[in-house]
Write a protein that binds this ligand. Structure first.
Ligand code: V47
Length: 382
């Protein structure tokens, strides 16, 4: 690894703590966000990343399934949710969902990432039935399903506690929860970007309960809209505190705000600089998280690749069909085949390792051959 050169004197005490393996505080986080010396921030994050994972960079073969975009929440940040009567509103039938899933399983997906709108009419039982049906049809596939926001909504419509709701989801076959809906926990920001959604405190409570009953989850942070640097640091520190308690978070994914087609379309998109800085600061503040994902869908494959040198150790994933970011104007493709993920990782001087949702390495030779080798084959020469 190259030597660290720091041009910003305010970073010196932060660097000393990082190199000594110490925990960073709120002021350190703010210094990292404000420093003009992005390369030093990135160097420090890469130092931590290499200490944890060496050159290994994970990726997974997954499929996103968004059962419906009908949503009662009307979050200003979102371009995906619709009223049922709005143009483009959809609601897949269970048979359509199963068909997508079975195709994904045949193609070699080992994870379904399932999130959708807060549907105005469908009962909780419908979603339990969906999960039972998926589990029955696609036994080898991990179901990473429903954000804390959806869990909070299911609890409300089913008149159950959030703990009972989580227990029912687990019993039906949910294996873990994705990290979406966290946005920024601070109430000032939530009032502006997602005022009808569960509060930040509630998101954290539901995550705590999920972890307590043995459902692990991811966590996210949506940056680049109306939040301040202090509010980002506060968000990260709250996640770190909960992780100290439960150790239930698997990975953290910083998400760049995409303004197109949202009620906040006047806000400019985050720059590449902001993307790399958020990856790096997350890596440095979240010292008790094992994994930081570079989600190429929102970063672009090029920035996601560079992020592998700024603290990220995972290039998530093949994805296959993505709606939330593409409705908000993302110009990335809707999927990236496995060989391309591997090529990007190798070209960044890293070693690609296919993982499952909980970061166990995957040995494809022990699995049935997929029908779409271009998506999952190890052997394609590129
Ligand atoms: O919850 C919504 C965000 C999330 C916009 O857990 C937007 O492995 C930007 O959570 N611009 C969904 N962001 C994506 C997500 C995710 C992605 C990849 C992996 C995992 C994981 C989780 O996207 C939403 C919300 O926070 N979002 N609208 C928008 N206009």
């Amino acid at each position: 690894m190259s030597e660290l050169t720091i041009t910003d004197q305010r970073l010196k005490p932060v660097a000393e703590k990082v190199l000594a393996g110490g925990r960073l505080g709120v002021e350190d986080g703010i210094a990292l966000y404000r420093s003009p010396d992005l390369l030093a921030v990135g160097w420090l994050a890469n130092h931590v990343r290499e200490k944890k994972h060496g050159k290994v960079t994970y990726f997974n073969v997954n499929r996103h399934i968004n059962p419906t975009n009908m949503c009662v929440a009307h979050c200003k940040l979102c371009a995906f949710g619709r009223d049922p009567s709005a143009p483009g509103a959809y609601n897949f039938s269970l048979e359509e969902i199963y068909a997508r899933a079975e195709q994904g399983a045949r193609e070699g997906a080992l994870e379904f990432h399932i999130v959708g709108g807060l549907h105005p009419d469908l009962p909780f039982e419908y979603f339990l039935e969906m999960i039972r049906g998926l589990k029955q049809r696609c036994q080898g596939v991990h179901l990473k399903a429903f954000t804390m926001v959806e869990v909070g909504y299911f609890a409300r419509i089913a008149k159950l506690s959030t703990r009972e709701t989580l227990l029912k989801l687990k019993e039906a076959g949910v294996d873990s929860l994705p990290g979406g809906g966290a946005e920024i926990f601070h109430p000032r920001v939530r009032r502006i970007i997602c005022d009808h959604k569960v509060s930040g405190q509630m998101w954290l409570n539901i995550a705590r309960q999920a972890h307590e009953i043995g459902l692990r989850s991811n966590a996210t942070m949506l940056y680049g809209h109306v939040e301040t640097e202090e509010e980002r640091v506060d968000h990260l520190v709250k996640l770190r505190e909960l992780q100290d308690e439960t150790h239930g978070f698997v990975a953290f994914i910083p998400l760049a705000f995409h303004p197109d087609n949202t009620a906040l379309s006047h806000i400019p998109k985050p720059t590449g600089y902001a993307d790399l800085r958020n990856i790096a600061v997350s890596r440095l503040l979240l010292d008790n998280f094992d994994h930081i994902k570079a989600y190429w869908i929102m970063l672009s494959p090029s920035i996601a690749q560079i992020a592998l040198r700024f603290g990220a150790n995972d290039l998530d994933g093949t994805v296959i069909e993505e709606k939330i970011y593409h409705d908000a104007g993302a110009k990335t493709s809707e999927f990236t085949p496995r060989y391309e993920l591997e090529r990007l990782i190798r070209a960044a001087g890293r070693v690609p390792v296919e993982r499952d949702t909980l970061y166990h390495p995957v040995d494809r030779s022990k699995l049935p051959p997929p029908v779409r080798p271009d998506l999952v084959s190890l052997t394609l020469n590129v």
